[in-house]
Design a protein around this ligand. Sequence first.
Ligand code: DGY
Length: 324
Amino acid sequence: MKVFVNKRIPEIGIEMLKEEGLQVIIPENENLSHEEWLEYCKNTDAILNVGGDFKYNKDFFDACPNVKAIALYSVGFDHVDIQEANRRKIPIGNTPDVLSRATSDVAFLLMQSVARSASYNFQKVKNGDWNAFDPLHALGQELYGKTLGIFGLGRIGFEMAEKSRKAFDMNIIYHNRHRNEEAEKMLGAKYVSFDELIENSDVLSIHASFTPEHKELFNSSVFDRMKSNTIFINTARGGFHNQKDLYNALVEGKIWGAGLDVTNPEPMSSDDPILELSNVCVLPHIGSATIEARNGMARLAAGNIIAFSKGEKMAACANPEVYK
Ligand code: DGY
């Protein structure tokens, strides 16, 4: 069975595939054009997909009838039309759990960085702009006892909530499609409506899966209703927020600051005015970028391909309904 891997992943995953006798195809030049990528896909049985550049939609599945399984090297699957995959009984593997710690660590890091303008102040030091001690300068805010609002309380949201509760005794409120009983029991998390979430959070952190109805849900009408001390954190997908509206909300003091590991668009331009603001910290989508998480993702994604090759169910699958 041929497996196309569009970008090199940690060796452990490649070794696993080879040990099973699978034919692994990795392009020498990993920056494939859409046409080049499609050519590789047409000639393969399964794909181990890295990144969100290529879309798996009806046009793709029509053009590549040989593809019978896709294992994503990501937990997010917003670049896949799941209904089309279901129609064709194509399992779509993903990589939950193994990256929850690493991604929530980045949300936690951004929350603190923005509360104390850490990256802005670091930049000032680098620019030789370290002035005399000033009691009224560079004042951040403390997080102790504040309210953390989680939009999408799944595995990553749970980790973020747990860390924030342990470190800062934060109150947890959340809005989700379903109640999270474990978080309610273990963290005292309180389920609230979306309106209550945005109006009461001192820190609002997004951890939901991105779907088309979420497109720019966090826009001026939402930022207008947040508290002026709110820190907005997005480590999920840039599409959740309207970046111009976010910029305006920050400049007008509607909210305190923003920590972004994902941007809209992504990658964002280096001359985006949001980067000039003192109350912003932006990272280049590094949520899962730890050795531990990336190795875990490689094992899980390769394991999903191997399971498929043996006619077994994938261990982590975004559309388990294909197995019914
Ligand atoms: C994920 O796993 O979804 C990360 O955002 C990397 O794409």
